[in-house]
Design a protein around this ligand. Structure first.
Ligand SMILES: *Cc1c(COP(=O)(O)O)cnc(C)c1O
Length: 385
C-alpha cells in the first residue's frame, strides 16, 4: 500500500488532505518522494517561520537534544527561562506560561481571565466575549470560544460562559459587557481561519478602552498572527495598544509544538502555585527552537516581511481573476473568481502549495522566503486564478 492508502486505512479521517506527500525540503522549497519540488507558501499553516530544515533552527534543536530532551516542570531548566525572559523583554509583558499548542495557550488565557475576575469581582463574573467568525482552537472550551457554529454542532454541550459579538461593532460589545458579568474579551487582530481579515484599528483600540472600563482582561489570540507574521513581532503591535494577555503558538518554535500565554503586570500573578500546569509545556528542545526563532525576528526581518507583503498586495490586487486581497504582512487572503479549491489544485499542479481560509486562497509563506522564490511563486499563482 502507498502512504496515501495506508493513511486512509490507519489515520483518523479528520483531514481532507491534498494528494501530495512531502518527504523533505530546504527553506521554502519542499519535495515529494519522486523528487518533484514545490514552492511552499503555507509554512505548515504559519509554523515553519524560517522554512523547513533551517540551519540555525536545526543547530539550536540538535544542540539541546544532545544535552537534555526533557525534564519535568518540578525542576528548573534554562531554555524555558531564557525564552520567557526574551518574550518579556521584546513585548514588555511580565510573565509567561508555556504549553504545547494554540488551543492550550488560549485555555490558559481563559483561566487567567476567569481567575482575575473571580479575585476582583466575584466568581459570577465568568463570561468571556469572543467574536463571530473567530477561531480559537479545537478543545471543547476553545471550540466554545470559537464564534463559528459549524465547529460546534457535533460536540454539544460545550463549556458554558462564552458570548459572541460582531467584529468591528464597538457599541455591540459595550452592550454585552454592560448586560453580562464578564471576565475578558478575546480577539484575533487578524482573523486567520475566518478569512484573513484584519480588524479595524479603531475597533481594536475601542476594545482596549472597554476592557479597562469594565475591568475585563483584553486577550489577543496571536496563535496565527504572532511571531513576526504581520510585519510586527505580535499583531497587536500594529495598532498601538497593549493587551493584558497574549496567546501564541504556531510559528513560535519554528516547527516544534509550543504554546505560550504572555501576561501583563496586572494579571501576571493571577495563576499561583498549583493553579495550572502542563507535562510537556516549556520542553527544553521546543524552547531552544523558539529562542532561535524569536531572536531572529528583528527590525531587519520585519522590514523585509512588510516589503514582501507590499509586493504580494501590489501584484495581486486587481489582477485577473482576483476579487479582493486582504490581510496583513505575510498573512494574506485572496478572494478569487474561481472556486478556491480549484485554484489550489491548479497551484499544486504547477508546483506551488497554498492554503484555504473559508472561501479564500490563503498565503502564509515563511518569513524569510527569498524574494526571487516569492516572485516566481506569485507569477505561478497569478496564472492559476
Ligand atoms: C491555529 C489556531 C489556533 C489553534 O492552535 P492549535 O495549535 O491547533 O491548537 C487557535 N487560534 C488561532 C487564531 C489559530 O489560528
Amino acid at each position: 500500500m502507498t502512504t496515501q492508502e495506508k493513511d486512509k486505512k490507519y489515520v483518523a479521517n479528520t483531514y481532507n488532505r491534498f494528494p501530495v506527500e512531502i518527504v523533505s525540503g530546504k527553506g521554502s522549497i519542499v519535495a515529494d518522494p519522486a523528487g518533484k519540488e514545490y514552492i511552499d507558501l503555507t509554512s505548515g499553516i504559519g509554523v515553519t517561520s524560517f522554512g523547513v530544515s533551517d540551519d540555525i533552527w536545526q543547530e539550536a534543536v540538535k544542540r539541546q537534544i544532545s544535552q537534555l530532551q526533557h525534564m519535568s516542570n518540578l525542576y528548573y531548566t534554562q531554555p524555558c527561562v531564557r525564552l520567557a525572559e526574551l518574550l518579556c523583554e521584546k513585548t514588555g509583558m511580565s510573565k509567561v506560561f508555556f504549553s504545547n499548542s494554540g488551543a492550550e495557550a488560549n485555555e490558559c488565557a481563559i483561566k487567567v481571565a476567569r481567575k482575575y475576575a473571580q479575585d476582583r469581582k466575584g466568581a459570577e463574573y465568568y463570561n468571556i466575549v469572543t467574536l463571530r467568525n473567530s477561531f480559537h482552537g479545537r478543545t471543547l472550551t476553545t471550540l466554545a470560544a470559537t464564534g463559528q457554529d459549524v465547529f460546534h454542532k457535533l460536540f454539544n454541550p460545550l463549556t458554558p460562559g462564552f458570548l459572541n459579538a460582531d467584529a468591528n461593532d464597538i457599541a455591540g460589545l459595550e452592550k454585552i459587557l454592560k448586560e453580562n458579568k464578564c471576565a475578558g474579551v478575546i480577539i484575533e487582530c487578524v482573523q486567520g481561519e475566518g478569512g484573513v481579515i484584519a480588524l479595524d484599528a479603531d475597533y481594536i483600540r475601542g476594545v482596549r478602552e472597554l476592557c479597562d472600563k469594565y475591568d475585563c482582561l483584553m486577550i489577543t489570540d496571536e496563535v496565527q498572527c504572532g511571531n513576526g507574521r504581520t510585519g510586527m513581532l505580535y499583531g497587536y503591535m500594529n495598532f498601538g495598544i497593549k493587551p493584558d494577555v497574549v496567546s501564541t503558538a504556531k510559528g513560535l518554535a519554528g516547527g516544534l509544538p509550543l504554546g505560550a500565554t504572555l501576561m501583563d503586570e496586572k494579571c501576571a500573578d493571577v495563576l499561583g502555585n498549583g493553579d495550572h500546569g502542563s507535562t510537556f509545556g516549556g520542553n527544553p528542545v521546543c524552547c531552544a527552537a523558539a529562542i532561535s526563532i524569536i531572536e531572529r525576528i528583528d527590525d531587519t526581518l520585519l522590514t523585509d516581511v512588510r516589503k514582501k507583503s507590499e509586493f504580494i498586495f501590489s501584484e495581486l490586487s486587481g489582477a485577473k481573476g482576483v476579487i479582493s486581497v486582504t490581510g496583513l504582512g505575510l498573512m494574506i487572503g485572496i478572494k478569487t473568481e474561481k472556486d478556491a479549491s480549484e485554484v489550489l489544485a491548479k497551484c499544486i499542479e504547477n508546483g506551488v502549495l497554498c492554503l484555504k481560509a473559508k472561501d479564500k486562497v490563503r498565503l502564509l509563506p515563511a518569513l524569510n522566503i527569498p524574494f526571487d522564490v516569492l516572485k516566481k511563486a506569485v507569477k505561478i499563482i497569478k496564472g492559476c486564478f
